[in-house]
Design a protein around this ligand. Sequence first.
Ligand code: KG4
Ligand code: ZN
Length: 351
Amino acid sequence: MKTNIGAPFGKDALILGIETSCDDTAAGIVRGGREILADEIITSAPRHVPFGGVVPEIASRAHTEAVEEAVKRAFSSSGVSPEEIDAVAVTYGAGLLGALLVGVSFGKALAFALDKPLVAVNHIRGHIAAAYLADKTLEPPFLTLLASGGHTAIICVKSFTEHEVLGSTLDDAAGEAFDKTARVLGLPYPGGPNVERLAREGANTVKLPKMLKGAGGYDFSYSGLKTAVVNYVHAAEQSKKPWSKADVAHSFQCAALDVLAEKLFAAAEERKIGVVAAGGGVSANGYLRERLAKEAAGRKMKLVLPEKRYCTDNACMIAAEGYIRYAQGEFASLDLNAEAYIPLKNASEPL
Ligand code: KG4
Ligand code: ZN
């Protein structure tokens, strides 16, 4: 299937995306699955800081307060009128159930009121589709490193609608390991960016396991690394000897991210695929981005890295994936429900 996936529904279709799976209430408008016309995010992150992580009830409440405003802003900043959009695409899963339900209910009501098709979007596919916004000429096949708070996987994007999971984490996700490391180092929520900030002041001096490095095919494992960091910090705190939190952050970052880059490029070489991409919150990490850029340049491979803003949760990626679904005529009915958990499917099955 080619880029003009818009046929028969029009390649310049305007899709409104709505995303409420975690702590960001987002609305975006994308033309033709590629061109961002509006990108609005109202985050409830500051409200979760005192609790050290996302509190589902607070997130749901915040979405309820913000969803209409985010959508209004998307229309006004783009100059697109509600009647002009071709479809409403909404994240139906995976994520926090109560949070998802806010977006799903709002999306359904809006689609019904405007008499437009409703498109249900899998959040993970949205993260993959962010690459189409970053490179408007990008077409499958390519490999994607998906690294978010809930998933870590290498995915072969075979066509706009077909994916094959080459490997994934056997236990925790990379983002979860960042969040846990942040907590044990006493860094505030959100963990990932704060570990990255601290890591810049440190060096790779703490020996930590690189889980499944050179083993396990393209699978990953983060629980051992997470435990090693916790054990190291507890032992260091008890030893009364000086130790460097920044060194722990830096060493953790290397251990957690080097293996992602290594396996991604090993998979690309094995599959003879010269285009690689990345998506999900962890791919906003500067150290990982540099590693990926270096590895790609060394192999003369093309690397498509969405801007950091489009690695973490946003609604434009939902609109981009929504466009693909819309172009297939894959419309959801108004009894669409939210799903907290959607498994990463295996070989050749659509995600
Ligand atoms: O994709 P995302 O925004 O939400 C999910 O779908 O999960 O990813 C969130 C995850 C969190 O675990 C967060 O700590 C991590 O991505 N993250 C980062 C960075 N920014 C966000 N991890 C490492 N470095 C970052 N700069
Ligand atoms: Zn996400």
